[in-house]
Design a binder for this molecule. Structure first.
Ligand SMILES: [Zn+2]
Length: 116
C-alpha cells in the first residue's frame, strides 16, 4: 500500500494490512511536514526458542507511533522512517517491523518460567 506524500490528509486516515498471521491497523496523517503514523500490530509467528531450540508460536501485540519523512532525515529523533521517491510504503514499514520482531531473541513459555 503506497500513498503519495502530497496526498496525505491532515485528518487521521485509517488503514489496515494483513500478512500471514499478522495484522496491522492504524491511522496516518500529515503533521508538521512529516506523516504521523500510528500502528497497532497483532498476531503470531512460528519461531525457535533461543534457549532450548523448541519451535513454538510467538504472539505479538504492539502499538507503535512513527514519523515518516519524505527524503533524508538529519535530525536526532528516534522512530523516524525515511522514504524516497515521494511515496510512503506502508507494506514496507509493516514488513520491516515484522522482521525486527522475528530477529529479536525469543524464549518459549517453558524457558521463561525457568528464568523466573
Ligand atoms: Zn525454550
Amino acid at each position: 500500500m503506497k500513498i503519495a506524500f502530497r496526498k496525505v490528509p491532515k485528518t487521521a486516515t485509517p488503514f489496515s494490512l494483513n500478512r500471514d498471521e499478522m495484522e496491522c491497523s492504524g491511522t496516518f496523517r500529515e503533521s508538521g511536514g512529516a506523516v504521523e503514523l500510528k500502528m497497532s500490530i497483532k498476531g503470531s509467528f512460528e519461531t525457535t526458542c533461543d534457549s532450548c531450540g523448541d519451535e513454538y508460536r510467538q504472539s505479538v501485540d504492539d502499538d507503535l507511533s512513527l514519523r515518516v519523512i519524505d527524503g533524508f532525515y538529519r535530525g536526532d529523533e528516534i522512530d523516524i522512517v525515511e522514504m524516497h521517491g515521494g511515496f510512503m510504503d506502508l507494506d514496507y514499514i509493516f514488513d520491516s517491523e515484522i522482521s525486527s520482531y522475528k530477529s529479536d531473541y525469543h524464549y518459549c513459555n517453558k524457558c521463561k518460567e525457568m528464568k523466573e
